[in-house]
Design a protein around this ligand. Structure first.
Ligand SMILES: *Cc1c(COP(=O)(O)O)cnc(C)c1O
Length: 367
């Protein structure tokens, strides 16, 4: 089976983890600081704060941006559920606006309509889904026009670029995940990036029980800290990130070359001015044929997956909170039609050919 995801862990990771163990400092320490500095630098952000996972990164970023119970936060319904859940974790209210069906990202037009309709939206939480940056020129303009905060969920987009900027350096704050399936991993882990020193200071307090620099606890915080062991793996992983990103992009270009133009398949779009990092290589197929297409791939030994089989507002948790079906039709349609194919950097040319051949043959009757 050619797996859909394949974390790469090697000699460098083993060596640096052994160093941490030998140092005896397995909780907080210098590896965490190095990881924060190196990752922030890679993304072009002034401040990086390592946290326990991508969900706690989102929660801490929202809290540090001043999101309070009852506040409204605008976001996309087509993402991993953690995006919207982090808003609920603040006691705040997710407001869903529809996606652009071509990019799968939050539509700036739908977002503006929601900003006009709903009064007092405090923040926009955008997601760079599958590794493709959202339209940040439009969202920065909306932030200024409506006076709200802009937060980036970069869990799938390490190193992706919007024009000359790396994602995570554009909004007021940004969150990253280093879960095992992401483009770089620490097992479980996360980072908050920000250019704002006050937000950075608040994130540091929030993730450490509200403690300020002097062992005084001035607010309610959490234990959202990352360990030195995980941070060390992260230091080794980010050295590989440029090469792995290049490999993902080359793999995606290969697949697109083989699949473009086939009736029934829509290949991913790399929108103008963006650099897509292909966390997922996601195609769209007719909803009524998706299951058979996936069975066809699996029987050819090709792993595949659906991200996401329902929009967030269609999940029982959100239906229970009163979100109605039909509020974001483009997201709901994407949920019926998307399929992700292997694109990770551990694929050989032979694997890639097998993926492309299996996908083509379902639609073209080739063998
Ligand atoms: C993975 C992911 C998260 C959550 O990260 P965890 O590290 O699993 O908590 C949040 N948002 C998106 C878009 C993700 O893909």
């Amino acid at each position: 089976m050619i797996p859909l995801v394949h974390p790469i862990l090697g000699r460098e990771e083993k060596k640096i983890v052994a160093e941490v163990i030998d140092s005896g400092m397995i909780a907080s320490g210098t590896y965490v600081e190095r990881f924060e500095t190196e990752f922030a630098q890679y993304c072009g952000a002034a401040h990086g704060i390592a946290v326990s996972n991508g969900t706690t990164a989102l929660h801490a970023a929202l809290l540090a941006c001043g999101i309070k119970p009852g506040d409204k936060v605008l976001t996309t319904p087509f993402s991993f559920i953690a995006t919207a859940n982090s808003i609920l974790h603040c006691g705040a209210v997710p407001v869903f606006a529809d996606i652009d069906p071509a990019t799968y990202n939050l539509s700036p037009e739908a977002a503006e309509e929601a900003l006009r309709r709903e009064k007092n939206i405090k923040a926009i939480l955008v997601v760079h889904l599958y590794g493709l940056p959202a339209d940040m020129d439009a969202f920065v303009a909306l932030k200024h026009k409506y006076g709200c905060q802009l937060i980036e969920d970069c869990a799938q987009a390490h190193g992706a670029q919007w024009r000359e900027k790396t994602v995570g350096s554009i909004g007021d704050a940004a969150s990253f995940s280093f879960y095992a399936t992401k483009n770089v991993t620490t097992g479980e882990g996360g980072v908050v990036l920000t250019g704002n020193a006050d937000i950075a200071r608040r994130v540091r307090q929030i993730i450490n029980h509200g403690r300020d620099g002097h062992a005084t606890h001035t607010m309610l915080g959490y234990n959202y800290r990352l360990t030195n062991v995980a941070a060390a793996i992260g230091i080794a992983q980010i050295q590989h990130l440029p090469a792995w990103t290049e490999k993902r992009r080359a793999n995606a270009a290969f697949l697109t070359g083989k699949l473009r133009g086939i009736t029934g398949v829509t290949v991913p779009l790399e929108a103008h001015g963006t650099m897509h990092v292909y966390h997922q290589y996601t195609v769209r197929v007719p909803a009524d044929g998706r299951e058979a297409f996936m069975r066809h791939l699996q029987s050819a030994g090709i792993g595949c997956g659906v991200y996401y089989a329902s929009a967030i507002h269609q999940q029982p948790l959100y239906v229970g909170l009163g979100y109605a079906a039909g509020i974001c039709p483009a997201a709901e349609q994407a949920a019926r039609e998307v399929v992700s194919l292997p694109v990770h950097p551990a694929l050989s040319r032979r694997d890639l050919t097998a993926v492309a051949t299996a996908a083509r043959s379902y639609f073209t009757q080739e063998t």
